[in-house]
Write a protein that binds this ligand. Structure first.
Ligand SMILES: [Zn+2]
Length: 366
């Protein structure tokens, strides 16, 4: 169902009826019932096997010289009805002051960032009355245990700038990178002070101009107590945009300021290559937003709830991510048919193949 992008159990049941698959495929009600009690560890083991098979023959590549993990939280659905004991809830005030209770599910995800594709390693639900960080501790612990050599550094957004996160990763011999955006933090102030005193390194990459500072700061993060690097990157990209009258174009400068805190060791040389790669690695955090969340929602219907129970939601997501991982690895290998140029076309081709073949498809080779 996931691999052929059916998008819902209803579509699957129609395919089953249309193709006379009743003997070969369990019914939709059996699938949902089984999903309620399916063992998550067994599905995670399949993910580990696929990872091992893909990593050895170099189907996965490192990210600018490092193996990089990215962790982040995602909200899955909102609904006006509470359907299971694990629903989280919040009250929102709509226009006109009408109060409404929304129910939703959240999970944290851990991916391996890569130059071409990202590989989704695992997910963990965020339970009611707990925050993203509590769920991510369980996730990081499990990913470090299941994939001990898969990555050497982990990136998170501003939420992950916590000594507990840095220490947990250090315990597993991993480095950490977190976005620094809280202006009240002493680290933020200190980095800004230093940036006024020191000249930045400047370079151009593709169309973007970079001004980057790499500060080594100690004594400004009480809880952690160790020296950290604060990387500051001012980025400007010229862009051609429509002018206000809509008749001509004008040049505009897209500016972005980034700050990251990391315990990665300082580069041994003054080499710019190392700094450039570090900035690129820091930016690879966007992959979890784009390739893991947005793309799986828009293309693979990841926000759809196939069966509303705490276990089934994770079952369907883990199975979906298994399919997405296999699909992505397949797509970036040398596909002989040169007419397959885009991802959407390949998805449609698989979908059409499933719909038109009267006989069951052969197993997917991996
Ligand atoms: Zn629920």
């Amino acid at each position: 169902m996931h691999f052929t992008n059916q998008g819902s159990l209803n579509n699957l049941s129609q395919e089953i009826a249309y193709k006379n698959f009743k003997k070969d495929i369990p019914s939709v009600s059996t699938i949902t019932r089984v999903a309620d009690t399916m063992n998550l560890e067994e599905i995670r083991n399949i993910g580990m096997e696929i990872y091992a098979k893909a990593r050895k023959p170099k189907m996965l590549s490192d990210c600018y010289g490092m193996w990089v993990g990215v962790v982040d939280g995602h909200e899955q659905i909102t609904s006006l009805y509470c359907k299971c004991p694990y629903c989280k809830s919040r009250t929102v005030t709509k226009k006109g002051g009408i109060k409404e209770t929304q129910y939703y599910h959240e999970f944290t995800a851990f991916i391996l960032a890569g130059p071409k594709i990202s590989f989704i390693l695992d997910i963990e639900p965020i339970l009611p009355k707990e925050g993203e960080i509590s769920s991510s501790y369980r996730l990081i612990e499990r990913v470090c245990k299941n994939y001990p050599k898969a990555f050497s550094v982990v990136i998170g957004d501003g939420l992950y700038l916590k000594e507990t996160v840095f220490n947990l990763l250090e315990k597993h011999h991993k480095h950490a990178i977190a976005v620094l955006k809280e202006e009240r933090r002493q680290l933020f102030e200190e980095a800004n002070k230093l940036s006024l005193l020191v000249e930045p390194k400047t370079y151009k990459q593709k169309k973007t101009y970079y001004r980057v500072w790499d500060h080594s700061i100690s004594g400004c993060w009480d809880g952690y107590g160790k020296k950290v690097r604060v990387i500051v990157s001012e980025e400007a990209t010229p862009k051609r945009v429509h002018s206000k009258d809509g008749k001509s174009f004008e040049e505009k400068l897209d500016k972005a300021n980034w700050m990251w805190v990391t315990n990665l060791p300082c580069p041994k040389t003054e080499d710019l290559v190392d700094l450039k790669n570090t900035v690129r690695i820091c930016h690879s955090r966007w992959q979890i937003e784009n390739q893991c969340f947005n793309e799986t929602v828009n293309t693979w219907n990841a926000d759809h709830i196939y069966r509303h129970s705490a276990n089934a939601i994770i079952v369907f997501l883990l199975l979906l991510f298994t399919c997405v991982n296999i699909f992505n690895i397949f797509r970036i290998r040398n596909i002989k048919d040169k007419s397959i140029k885009t991802k959407i076309y390949l998805i449609e081709l698989i979908k059409a193949g499933f719909h038109t073949t009267r006989n069951p498809l052969p197993p997917i080779p991996i």
